[in-house]
Design a binder for this molecule. Structure first.
Ligand code: PNS
Length: 171
């Protein structure tokens, strides 16, 4: 508890694989940006998932998508691959991680991570509910549709749709 008092809880981190960023991610980023003074959107390598895009591409696509959506506020986009996510949060003075929750499956996936992160560094996790319109969108579905040549534009921000469409035509 003592650590929390020294942390700035007006700074939050939205972590994720963002492979690729979806409209659901952007919705959570927009909501979180309105709740905190500064938001760090952090691309983290998830060793449990086979990546489609290199981290540098995900970073660029997130930056372009946040700008394209006109999300106001102090939003920093970064990547983190050198250790625990809570180390990044502590380094930037964030006391909160923000995650989007679409379903009970997400609750089951996120709860142990939230407890571990709180245990590791007294960093709290705040769950936000996205717009129901995005409740069924996931990066893994987008990866599958893109790999099979389908139209992903209803599920992802325009910069991501353009990037995946161009990539598909060039490969
Ligand atoms: O978008 P994802 O793949 O669901 O994001 C999961 C992610 C990357 C946020 C999660 O795997 C994570 O926090 N990784 C960082 C490594 C870490 O700190 N692990 C220990 C506590 S869970």
């Amino acid at each position: 508890m003592a650590r929390l008092e020294h942390m700035n809880n007006r700074i939050a981190v939205v972590p994720g694989s963002f492979d690729p960023p979806t409209l659901g991610h952007l919705d959570v980023i927009r909501r979180a940006a309105s709740l905190y003074d500064q938001l760090h959107v952090v691309v983290v390598h998830n060793p449990g998932k086979e990546a489609m895009l290199p981290i540098a591409h995900r970073l660029t696509l997130l930056q372009e998508s946040i700008a394209d959506a006109g999300i106001p506020g102090d939003v920093v986009v970064a990547s983190w691959s050198v250790g625990l996510l809570v180390d990044y949060a502590t380094d930037v003075g964030a006391g909160v991680l923000v995650k989007g929750i679409r379903s009970q499956v997400d609750v089951a996936y996120e709860t142990p991570m939230a407890i571990v992160n709180r245990h590791l560094a007294h960093v709290e996790t705040v769950f936000l509910l996205p717009d129901p319109a995005h409740a069924l969108v996931s990066s893994s579905l987008v990866r599958q549709v893109a790999a099979l040549g389908g139209d992903v534009s209803p599920f992802v921000p325009s910069p991501v749709a353009r990037f995946l469409d161009t990539g598909a035509r060039e490969s």
